[in-house]
Ligand binder design. Structure first.
Ligand code: MN
Length: 448
């Protein structure tokens, strides 16, 4: 693998971490799909080195978290897929601190040891995920590529794939393919991948949303039957890979008709990443779906289940993870049904109380695709810290195309006494409760 300038960083970090092992390692990771993939890789690493660990999955680093950690009896703290933006709070911990992350570092590193692509001049937003960084550490210490698929899963979860991977992600993928762990091929991107039962696959695909099929088993079945595709091949359910070229073309055409936009239709076809060690019929065989399942675990308070799943455990752990995914779908559907956006000018607001802070981003995202009366959707949720989490998305309506949400949210959250930013199409913020009015008036002023 060509790690370029990052190679020396990985080596010296691995050496320092290895030399610091004594007693139990305190592992803290992020609750999104990338954070859980990272945790899975690090758990697997510690297990193989016979180092005991104590794991906690968190949404973000806060002062109260660090306060709690400080009172614990551990010596070595390992943070993954978070921490780079909170160097100041973390260094106040006063223990041996190791950070494995790909977020842009902010503040003074202090005594903490940090492994971060940005510090080697590599773009951690696009070229490597938290799980990717954890994997490079794993590979350096164990010289075994077996966890590379989890690095790909993390990168898919963080939406770093765009017609393939770049930079270090591409290097890791190459290793995974050459080691016979992963196969990449262009196909329909449905839940579960090409070897998953087709009807279930259609029903469970929600991003992109397929009108009359997503979350609708009768609709999914009717669609397959209307195309003259048999439901079963002998004794087993038919899958995408069983279809002839012609059947696949018919199916694709039918699905494209049900998409709300051309962009969405395009996202339906692309590379799929097959995890060859997973049996056919397992939803984990498709790494994109693996990320979807991990995401649901995290959002439903089952982060530890997701992390164990990512570390390679199956059986009861897999059963629990799939259960969490089902309840996530139910809760999300319920939240979406009861959403009543408050529309002011060209902004649709979703007030606190509808969704929890772990779910508001997803809710805002989904609503932004259906709301036509606004340019942007702004969702609010209470946080455990007594703040308001803000999540904003462009609706994709013609007039919204020129809005730079990153800048707009950054400015408005600053006015409100908070912090925020993100990307042009999607951004987020944390603001104090009393800052909500100032936040909204700054936002609305932009549209005057
Ligand atoms: Mn990440």
């Amino acid at each position: 693998m060509d790690l370029g300038r990052f190679r020396d960083h990985v080596r010296s970090f691995a050496r320092d971490l290895y030399n610091s092992f004594e007693g139990t390692v305190r592992l803290i990771s992020h609750l999104d799909a990338d954070g859980l993939s990272s945790a899975g890789i690090l758990i697997s690493l510690l297990r193989r080195l016979n180092v005991p660990f104590h794991l906690t999955i968190v949404k973000y680093v806060s002062e109260s978290l660090v306060e709690e950690l400080r009172r614990e009896p551990y010596e070595v703290y390992l943070f993954s897929d978070l921490g780079s933006g909170d160097l100041q709070i973390i260094s106040s911990l006063g223990k041996k601190i190791f950070i494995v992350d790909h977020h842009r570092p902010e503040g003074d590193v202090g005594k903490a040891r940090i492994l971060n692509p940005f510090l080697a001049g590599i773009d951690g937003d696009r070229e490597i995920s938290g799980a990717g960084v954890a994997f490079l550490l794993y590979y350096e210490m164990l010289d075994d590529p077996d966890m590379a698929p989890m690095a790909i899963t993390g990168a898919l979860g963080d939406v770093q794939e765009n017609d393939g991977f770049r930079g270090l992600n591409a290097e890791i993928l190459k290793l995974a393919v050459e080691s016979g762990l992963v196969e990449v091929m262009p196909d329909l991107r449905l839940f579960g991948g090409p070897d998953y039962p087709l009807v279930a696959s259609l029903e469970r695909t929600v991003d992109p949303f397929i009108e009359g099929v997503s979350n609708n088993s009768a609709g999914a079945l009717a669609l397959v039957e209307s195309l003259g595709i048999p439901i079963k091949v002998g004794e087993r359910w038919i899958t995408l890979s069983d279809l002839s070229e012609e059947q696949k073309r018919d199916l694709t055409n039918e699905l494209v008709k049900r998409m709300e936009s051309l962009e969405k239709a395009k996202s339906l076809v692309g590379n799929v990443y097959i995890y060859l060690k997973e049996p056919k019929g397992s939803p984990l065989r498709d790494l994109g779906s693996f990320a979807t399942i991990l995401n649901a675990c995290g959002r439903m308070g089952g982060g530890h289940v997701g992390a164990l799943l990512a570390s390679g455990l199956r059986g009861e752990v897999l059963r629990k993870a799939l259960e969490l995914q089902q309840s996530y779908k139910r809760v999300l559907a319920q939240v979406l049904r009861s959403a009543r956006p408050r529309i002011v000018g060209r902004v649709a607001f979703i007030d606190e109380g509808l969704a929890e802070d772990t779910m508001i981003g997803t809710v805002t995202s989904i609503l932004s695709k259906s709301l036509r009366e606004a340019d942007i959707v702004v969702g609010y949720a209470h946080t455990d810290e007594g703040m308001i989490k803000v999540s904003a998305r462009l609706t994709g309506k013609g007039s919204s195309k020129r809005i730079d949400l990153d800048e707009l949210i950054r400015t408005a959250s600053k006015e409100a006494g908070g912090t925020g930013g993100g990307h042009q199409m999607a951004a987020g913020a944390q603001i104090p409760r009393e800052g909500k009015k100032a936040f909204e008036s700054t936002l609305l002023k932009y549209f005057e």
